[in-house]
Design a protein around this ligand. Sequence first.
Ligand SMILES: [Ca+2]
Length: 295
Amino acid sequence: MERWGTLVGGCVTLGVLGLAVLGCDGVFGDSSGDVVAGDGIAVSGNTVSIADAGVTAPKLHRMGAVDGDALRWDDSATSWAPAAMDADTLDGQDSVAFAPAAHNHDGTYMPTGTDNWVNTSGDTMTGDLGIVGNLTVTGNASVGGVLTLPTSTRYLALHHTAFDCSEYNVFWRRQDDRLFTLENTGTAVAFYAPFQVPHGATLVSFAALVRDVHADYDIQVAVGYVDASGNAVSLGAVGTTGTPDLTTITGGLGNHAVQNDSEAFYVKASWISPGGGDIELRRVSIAYTVTQPLP
Ligand SMILES: [Ca+2]
């Protein structure tokens, strides 16, 4: 029997890929009797069906889809239809859609009952926020608590003209770069300069640039403060020895925490007058640290 192009047997219907085979229950066959099965068609005996994975993407009709669409069920049309699939479609009505225990996102990240995003028009965060990178604020910044900075070292500089002699009748002189005495040799002289650093700062060290070319007399520089009881408290003192000429002498200040409400700070430079310019005071620097944006 010629079977080419002939539907044999009973009836099957293929409603896929635009192929309709009606009025048969057999399969296509060629003239030699071999079964001819098309792309995606599965044949088993006299049964023809769509093979598993036989419907590939090119076989789907466009159905009016545009770029980015996904196939979604249209309840009103009771059919599948292409439609946009964007974030608004995915997030559902609220975070509940993402919050269930079965989902990877738990309540830590997606608390139900609240919004779960930063509103660009303004928002409030009730917990802490850590930023590894930089924070740039174009507008004003207001801090209700304490703004803490990494410990930074700052310096207070005292030119020698900040010093005043402890005695009114001592013969001493200042020039642009130096302070020295012309008082009679062997007379003890002392010069004081007050200084102030921000309240809460930590006094770390000091350095004095001095000149000493006198073999017998040296210069001492000390830093201290008058405490709440009116007593002078020394924080540190250093001095020259020998004849170092122009030199910087340094000393520590014990990391004293400055309390300007009850303490007044000063630098004292003292020496025995050599009767000339062999001992000089040039300048003093006070090093202190702060952890807050103090003035
Ligand atoms: Ca000396």
